[in-house]
Write a protein that binds this ligand. Sequence first.
Ligand SMILES: O=C(O)CCC(=O)C(=O)O
Length: 316
Amino acid sequence: MNRGFWLLEAFDRRSFCSALAELHNMDYLESKDKLLDFVQLKPEQRRSFNEDGFLVVRKALDAETVGCLVEAGDRLAASFVDKSEILDRTEYNHLDLRPGVIEEKAFFALISHTSTVPLVVQLLSPNIHLHSVALIYKRPESPQGAPFRRGWHRDIRMPRDLGQQGLPKVGIKVCYCLTHFHQPESGMTLFARRSHLSTEALVIPKGQVDPGTLEVCDLLLDAGDAVLFENRIFHTAAPNRSNRMSRVVMYGYAYRWMKPEVYLDPPSQRLREPADAITRQLLGGYRDVDTPPWAMKRWAQRHGVLPAPVPWTVEG
Ligand SMILES: O=C(O)CCC(=O)C(=O)O
């Protein structure tokens, strides 16, 4: 670690005293550091994410981890899993469970998972935290069911205030598959490829449920695969017309200046205290956005992926 670098940067922004306090904080961080392994984002992965608005990461989780997540997820979702069968009622057959998910050990461990979080840091920056977590189950529905009115949307509701033009990329969701998605219409979220670059509302031809001009991707995936998708891509839930329960869990990461969803705010002290430095950051450990995201910054610098600082002013 280059202490001079950090001290100079701290000097830039604050007094000598707060710079020293930050050095002290770094000593503390080092003592609580977990080794988040580094995974390099490949140039073709960056290109594909930038072009499509999403990226598939195969084998992000091993079978044993998937098994533990399914066991924990089924426990949390027991009342949904055990409901009586009613086909052709998509709302009834769709669970989006958020409160309490990361309180489960198996889901807590995914907050800073090595297979995906390093990629998210390289696609956004180290200045991120956890923004949302959702356990999403879909029960089987009749394969002959009527087309279901979709909920195509962009995440974080930004267009409501900013419109559809010039939207920034501010967050990435990681969708981990906890079941296979080996056939179409088996419950995987649908993505409109490249729609993250669109500057207009999504056009759905009259009488249809999906956009006519963009490619709708119903991805075929294995349990353990992950899909990273950014906030601007239009996506929607769709019914599960297979004969098995569909299960995914989604972790949304966003810049720290984005307010996390309500059940993550304020982050639970009980969860945060014993966690490693990186997980603490992701759980909102630095509440003040002016405080640098030390844990991730150190990690990014160590692995050569710390973005160059953006100056406020330059000499004209
Ligand atoms: O339930 C789904 O498949 C879609 C979830 C979704 O739209 C979201 O997380 O924003």
